[in-house]
Ligand binder design. Structure first.
Ligand SMILES: C[S@@+](CC[C@H](N)C(=O)[O-])C[C@H]1O[C@@H](n2cnc3c(N)ncnc32)[C@H](O)[C@@H]1O
Length: 511
């Protein structure tokens, strides 16, 4: 590692969204500023994705590196063959991801030792911890409430576990800066009726309180709201820590709490994220991907049978929507012929605005499309998907609620009309940003219907990855279900890059 680079310790890394964003940040000499020293992840498929990506970063600027990586992405060589071509970098990537999935808590000996080694070797250089513990009950933060309860031991409370692990790493690594991401629920999580977030902030300000390991103190900043007193950042409202990704160039309404911890001795004050002028829509980022058909899940999957069903459905949908929308008659539902269920051949080039995002997706783009394969659906769902997509198109971007479905299309579901499943078949409207891509997308895809009624399907992993702003050469390893989970869990890398730039400014100013 070069001396002026920042060491990054990536915890609960998932498929590596935060790491990808940080790794892409360049300093004023156009050199990468952040260097991931270690990524900790316990789930095997996400770990495999992380290792592949770590390897890519190590070979992309070497002679033949990109070509060989492309050969692997496009299925012409195996992963092992790729690694054998660059054995030193393959070993470095394995070291970066700790030679296998590792769990904070269970594998602390290995994890802590590696972090301590890296920190020592990095000397006075800047250090950053990224990632956040999955939101559990955070009851550790409620220990003052439990103080009167003699039989209560915070250590025995499983829910404390990962939060405590996170604080421990802060105490060991003593980073200049940390970035902790979490779901919105962390703001309102309660223990014994008490909202935990203020205590969580206190723990993060003084990790020693919870870990009993001597550690520096931190100031906790919002990345979207200016603090009234920047040297003692406190905010009016805990929602000031909430980042709405769609306001920062991500084509998806993803609202996450992201805390920026800055070691107290650092005088410089971080900037807040700059807002671009435009919001980006679903269509802008996925329309260029090859068109695909869905399959059948409950019967033999044959193209001719699919085309027949879709053609019959078209007529039914027109008849149903005619009553509601004047434009229904002229809606183009003429089925595509010979659609495949997966495609690796790129079609048109991405004609996106804004340009910065196009460059982001297409940097070192592969000559094939990755992770772009559809799922099978039940016959009855094909009709609902096409209806939902056609309705959304005709309404100008409003996906139908359960009350907008005719009786003939109602699923046999007790709660269907109760309102609790009002959004059960949700089309991601072409002209809007997507709703939050969650790991639920791995289950059935009903909430992630493609806006094209002629494709009758849910989004592919690649389409979901575009909504999450993963570059096109980011390969998700594991089976399709695992790939969806990884994408749904991730921090959008394009947003992470913007956060990384704030951290760069802070740390380079600090030098
Ligand atoms: C929400 S995802 C994190 C997303 C990630 N930070 C990113 O930037 O894309 C949380 C991840 O933590 C992992 N995880 C949960 N418990 C863990 C543990 N004890 N040790 C390591 N990883 C863990 C999960 O497998 C999951 O992949």
């Amino acid at each position: 590692m070069k001396t002026n680079e920042a060491l990054v310790i990536d915890l609960f890394a998932g498929p590596g969204g935060l790491g990808e964003g940080f790794s892409s940040v360049k300093d004023e000499n156009d050199n990468p500023f952040f260097n991931i020293g270690v990524s900790v992840e316990k789930e095997p498929s996400a770990h495999k994705t992380l290792t592949t990506r770590a390897f890519y970063r190590k070979i992309k600027d070497l002679r033949g590196g990109l070509d060989s990586y492309n050969e692997y992405l496009c299925g012409r060589i195996t992963r092992q063959q790729l690694f054998d071509l660059f054995p030193e970098q393959a070993e470095d990537a394995a070291v970066e991801t700790l030679h296998g999935p590792k769990a904070l808590g269970d594998d602390n000996e290995v994890i802590h030792q590696r972090i301590a080694e890296l920190v020592k070797a990095h000397g006075d250089g800047p250090k950053v911890v990224i990632g956040g513990p999955p939101c559990q009950a955070y009851s550790l933060a409620g220990r003052s409430r439990n103080a009167g309860n003699k039989s209560y031991k915070a250590e025995d409370d499983h829910r404390n576990f990962l939060y405590r692990e996170y604080l421990k790493v802060l105490s060991i690594a003593q980073p200049d800066v940390f970035v902790m991401e979490n779901v919105r629920g962390i703001l309102s999580a309660k223990v014994d009726g008490e909202v935990m977030f203020p205590s969580i902030l206190d723990d993060l300000r003084k990790p020693e309180r919870a870990t009993n390991i001597a550690s520096p103190e931190y100031k906790i900043y919002s990345l979207v709201v200016e603090a009234t007193d920047p040297h003692n950042p406190v905010y009016q409202d805990s929602s000031d820590y909430l980042i709405k990704a769609e306001k920062y160039g991500v084509p998806q309404a993803r609202h996450r709490v992201i805390l920026l911890g800055v070691r107290s001795d650092i005088e410089k004050v971080p900037n807040i994220l700059a807002r671009p002028n435009e919001q980006v829509s679903v269509k802008q980022v996925i329309d260029d991907l090859p068109k695909l058909r869905s399959g059948f899940s409950k019967r033999k999957d044959e193209l001719a049978a699919w085309e027949k069903v879709v053609s019959q459905n078209s007529a039914k949908i027109k008849a149903l929507l005619k009553k509601r929308f004047d434009g229904a008659k002229s809606l183009d539902l003429k089925p595509f012929t010979n659609l495949a269920r997966s495609a690796t051949q790129p079609t048109e080039s991405l004609a996106l605005v804004p340009k910065g995002l196009t460059d982001w997706y297409r940097n070192n783009a592969p000559s094939c499309v990755l992770n772009h394969e559809t799922r099978g659906h039940m016959d009855s769902d094909l009709l609902r998907y096409a209806y939902s997509a056609a309705f959304t198109q005709l309404s100008g971007g409003v996906s139908p609620k359960s009350r907008d479905f005719p009786e003939a299309l109602a699923p046999k579901h007790e709660n269907w009309r109760s309102g609790s499943h009002a959004d059960r078949f949700r089309t991601q409207a072409a002209n809007k940003c997507a709703t939050t891509v969650t790991s639920h997308i791995s289950k059935d895809g009903h909430y992630f219907i493609h806006y094209d009624p002629k494709q009758c399907r849910s989004l592919t992993v690649r389409e979901a990855a575009r909504l999450q702003t993963f570059p096109d050469n980011y390969l998700f390893e594991g089976n399709r279900t695992q790939q969806y989970v990884q994408v749904g869990n991730a921090v959008p890398p394009y947003l992470a890059q913007q956060i990384g730039k704030v951290a760069l400014e802070l740390l380079s100013q600090n030098e």
